[in-house]
Design a protein around this ligand. Structure first.
Ligand code: FMN
Length: 351
C-alpha cells in the first residue's frame, strides 16, 4: 500500500503529500488552492496564465500572479508559444514567489492551440523543447510541464516528447493521458503514464479520473508515478482530497459544507472583487450543494441572487451550525497575509 502522506521532491522543492491539486481555468483561484492545501494537497497549481498577457501587463493576467503565504508549495502555470516571452514571464513567476513554473502543453481549446500554444506543442516538438530550454535557463526554480497524450485519438506523442522535454530541462512531467481531441470524454489511459515513467528519470505526476483513495492507490501502484493529480473530483468537494490522503471518507455535515462555501465566497470576493466573483461563483453552488447535500431548489435560488451578501445570508440560515464552524475556520487560517505584489512596472526593465 503506497502511503499518500509521504513527501517527494521536484528538484529542491519538497512536496509533503502525493496528491497534487490540478490547475483548472476558471476554478483554481487562490481560495481553491488554499482550501486544497488545508485538505491535504501537497502541491497546488494556478490556472494557466497567458504569457502574452504578462508581457503586455494585462491587469487581469497579473492578478493571477498573486501568491498567499499558506499556498506553498505552489506552481504557477504559463501558456504561450514565444520562447523569449516565456522566459521573461517565468522570471516574473519566480519573482512573485512561486516554487515551480509549469508549462501548459495540453490545453485543447482552439483559441489557445491556434496561437501555437497548449496542445499544439504536442505536435511541434522543436518549439516545445525551445520553450522549456528558455524557461529553465531563465529561472532558478524548477520548470515543469503538463501534457496530454497527443492531439489525435490514440496518439502516443507524449512518450516521444517527454524524454526530449527532460533533456531540455523539465524537472517533472504531469501526464493527462487523454488526447486533445477527446477533451474530457472517455477515460484517462494510465498505461501511457506507466510507459512515460519508464522513459524518464524525473518525477511523473498522473492526472485524470482520480476521485478516490482506492483509485489513487491503483494509479500510483500501476504507473510508478510519484503523485496523483486531482481536478474535477475536488470541485466543491475538498473532502475528496481528505479521503484520498487520509482515508477519512466521512461525508461532510451540511453545516461544514455551508461554512466552507461561505469562506470560499468571502475569499473569492476579496480576490476577484464583487462583480467578477458573483459570476465566477455560480458554478460552485451546484458543486458544493449538489449530490443530495442540499435540496435542489436551494441551489437554483442561490444562482439567481445577484448579491453575495444575500448568498452568505441564505447559506448561514440554511445550516445554522455553519456560523460557528466558519468562525473557527477564519480564526485558523492565516489572515493578513495577502501577499503584496511587488511587481516591477515593466517586466523588461524599461528601455
Ligand atoms: C474546468 C477545467 C479547467 C482546466 N484547466 C486547465 C488548465 O488551466 N491547465 C491545465 O494544465 N489543465 C487544465 N485542466 C485539466 C486538468 O488539470 C486535469 O488534467 C484534467 O481535468 C483531468 O483530471 P481530472 O479527471 O482529475 O479532472 C482543466 C480541466 C477542467 C475540468
Amino acid at each position: 500500500m503506497i502511503e499518500l502522506r509521504e513527501s517527494w521532491r521536484i528538484g529542491p522543492v519538497e512536496v509533503p503529500t502525493r496528491l497534487v491539486l490540478a490547475p483548472m481555468a476558471g476554478v483554481s483561484v487562490q481560495a481553491f488552492r488554499r482550501q486544497g492545501r488545508r485538505y491535504g494537497a501537497g502541491l497546488v497549481c494556478s490556472e494557466m496564465v497567458s504569457c502574452a498577457g504578462i508581457e503586455h501587463g494585462n491587469e487581469r493576467t497579473l492578478g493571477y500572479l498573486r501568491v498567499a503565504a499558506d499556498e506553498h508549495p505552489l506552481a504557477i502555470q504559463l501558456f504561450g508559444s514565444d520562447p523569449r516571452a516565456m522566459g521573461e514571464a517565468a522570471r516574473m513567476v519566480e519573482a512573485v514567489g512561486a516554487d515551480l513554473v509549469d508549462l501548459n502543453f495540453g490545453c485543447p481549446v482552439k483559441k489557445v492551440t491556434r496561437t501555437g500554444a497548449g496542445a499544439h506543442l504536442l505536435e511541434d516538438h522543436d518549439l516545445a523543447c525551445r520553450l522549456v530550454e528558455s524557461v529553465a535557463g531563465s529561472v532558478d526554480i524548477p520548470a515543469t510541464v503538463k501534457l496530454r497524450r497527443g492531439v489525435a485519438n490514440g496518439s502516443r506523442a507524449a512518450l516521444e516528447l517527454g524524454p526530449k522535454l527532460v533533456e531540455a530541462g523539465a524537472a517533472s512531467l504531469t501526464l493527462h493521458p487523454r488526447s486533445a481531441r477527446q477533451m474530457y470524454t472517455g477515460t484517462a489511459d494510465h498505461s501511457l503514464t506507466a510507459e512515460l515513467v519508464s522513459l524518464v528519470d524525473v518525477p511523473v505526476v498522473a492526472s485524470g479520473d482520480v476521485t478516490s483513495r482506492a483509485r489513487a492507490q491503483v494509479v500510483l501502484a500501476t504507473t510508478g508515478a510519484e503523485a496523483v493529480m486531482v481536478g474535477r473530483g475536488a470541485q466543491g468537494n475538498p473532502w475528496a482530497l481528505r479521503e484520498i490522503v487520509d482515508g477519512d471518507g466521512a461525508p461532510p455535515a451540511r453545516e461544514e459544507v455551508a461554512a466552507e462555501l461561505v469562506l470560499f465566497v468571502r475569499e473569492t470576493r476579496r480576490e476577484l472583487g464583487d462583480r467578477r466573483a458573483a459570476g465566477f461563483l455560480k458554478k460552485f453552488y451546484g458543486w458544493y450543494l449538489g449530490g443530495g447535500r442540499f435540496p435542489k431548489p436551494f441551489k437554483q435560488e442561490l444562482v439567481l441572487l445577484d448579491s453575495l451578501d444575500e448568498v452568505e445570508r441564505r447559506l448561514l440560515a440554511a445550516a445554522p451550525g455553519a456560523r460557528e464552524i466558519l468562525e473557527r475556520l477564519e480564526a485558523e487560517i492565516p489572515s493578513g497575509d495577502e501577499v503584496t505584489l511587488e511587481l516591477p512596472i515593466s517586466v523588461y526593465g524599461g528601455g
